[in-house]
Ligand binder design. Structure first.
Ligand SMILES: N[C@@H](CCC(=O)N[C@@H](CS(=O)(=O)O)C(=O)NCC(=O)O)C(=O)O
Length: 214
């Protein structure tokens, strides 16, 4: 049985959890706090990041976008990629934007954890600007989807999984962010996605980091 090392808030791991469930691929969930000394992640990923998918032979896959690509390539049915080449590449571009929003907000999140006199406001502003730019791009994609339940081909694809994961994490970790007001149609699309059983079953929750990180 495969094991997926995950963390309760992780938007990156949630993409993989949703994909595995949508494809009916069985796995055991190993929930960790990757920032604590108790984590097993470095034993399977020297980059020390989760998610990590540990296969039956003990080898491991990491970097969520690669895990998603590996799963879709090896287990293409049911497909979670669009049919046409342009749409397939667009779905991957959407994932790049979603991962980039997460990357920027993770950096801002840990900057906020520093002692107040050690925090760089310019650094936090830069990361938030990147995240807001990414959200604007996602909002424009959704506007072009004319109210469809899904972004591409009106069927669930990698693009929807990536967007649902980043917006769910944003709602958890940055509850005061005004994206739902700034981008109301993006919020309607998200609320619809989030009712899907595999999304409802993998909603993020906060974790308690006990070790000093920054
Ligand atoms: N690019 C990576 C990012 C993964 C990542 O940053 N994971 C965090 C956990 S979470 O933010 O997703 O909850 C982590 O393991 N951080 C530990 C570390 O960076 O040392 C991916 O897409 O998988």
């Amino acid at each position: 049985m495969w094991t997926l090392i995950s963390a309760t808030p992780s938007p990156y791991a949630r993409k993989v959890r949703i994909l595995l469930q949508e494809k009916g691929l069985p796995f055991e969930l190993q929930t960790e706090v990757p920032w604590d000394s108790t984590t097993k992640t470095p034993q399977y990923n020297r980059l020390e990041k989760l998610p990590v998918l540990i296969l039956d032979d003990g080898t491991s896959l990491y970097e969520s976008h690669f895990i998603m690509d590996w799963l879709e390539t090896r287990y293409p049915h049911p497909s979670l990629m669009p049919e046409g080449l342009d749409d397939r590449l667009f779905a991957k571009k959407v994932e790049v934007i979603c991962d980039g929003i997460c990357d920027a907000l993770v950096l801002a999140f840990f900057e906020k954890m520093r002692d107040p006199d050690k925090q760089s406001q310019a650094w936090k502003d830069r990361q938030m600007r990147k995240a807001d730019g990414g959200l604007q791009a996602l909002a424009s994609f959704v506007d072009q989807a004319d109210g469809n339940e899904f972004l591409i081909d009106n069927k669930l694809t990698l693009a929807d999984i990536a967007i649902g994961s980043v917006l769910g994490w944003l709602s958890l970790r940055w509850p005061d962010h005004q994206w739902k007001t700034t981008h109301p149609r993006l919020n309607v699309y998200f609320e619809g996605l989030d009712q899907r059983p595999t999304f409802a079953d993998t909603r993020p929750s906060a974790q308690n980091i006990t070790d000093q990180v920054v």
